[in-house]
Design a protein around this ligand. Structure first.
Ligand SMILES: [Zn+2]
Length: 150
């Protein structure tokens, strides 16, 4: 009996995965049309832009940083700082409700991945070596961001 239940559970699980893959494939095509190849590589492929190449790295204007894919509000210029890492860095998010912080153990590193909650796009990683008062460093790909002047 237990054996049969497990077979059925496995079947259900595969069915759910099948549906999810189809959903992803569908929206994947939309993203490819909407984003530039570089943006797609970072936002949908969890890639990382080359350091010191981001358009918004040295942006010192006052305003809001939005998700390049969906326009979700992510960071403000007040929390941006120069970390020397080569990627735009922030010591806080505009609202914790707008992002997901997820454990990421890829490439043999223990990191926290930062994801846009609205569209699921990959933004960057979160480290604990930022400046006071939060000591946090949101290390974000410029390609994942869009800037809106205040
Ligand atoms: Zn987004």
């Amino acid at each position: 009996m237990i054996f049969f239940i497990r077979i059925r559970d496995i079947y259900t699980l595969f069915h759910i995965i099948y549906i999810m893959i189809n959903e992803i494939k569908k929206s994947d095509k939309d993203w490819k049309e909407k984003l530039t190849p570089d943006q797609y590589m970072v936002l949908r492929g969890k890639g990382t832009e080359k350091p010191f190449t981001g358009e918004l790295l040295n942006n010192k204007k006052k305003g809001i940083y939005l998700c390049a894919a969906c326009g979700n509000e992510l960071f403000t210029s007040e929390t941006k700082f120069d970390s020397g890492s080569g990627w735009p860095s922030f010591n806080d998010a505009i609202n914790k409700e707008n992002i997901i912080e997820k454990n990421d153990n890829s490439f043999g590193m223990k990191r926290i991945e930062v994801i846009c909650k609205k569209c699921g796009g990959h933004l960057g990683h979160l480290f604990d070596d930022g400046p006071l008062p939060t000591r946090k460093r949101y290390c974000i790909n410029s390609l994942s961001l869009k800037f809106k002047n205040k």
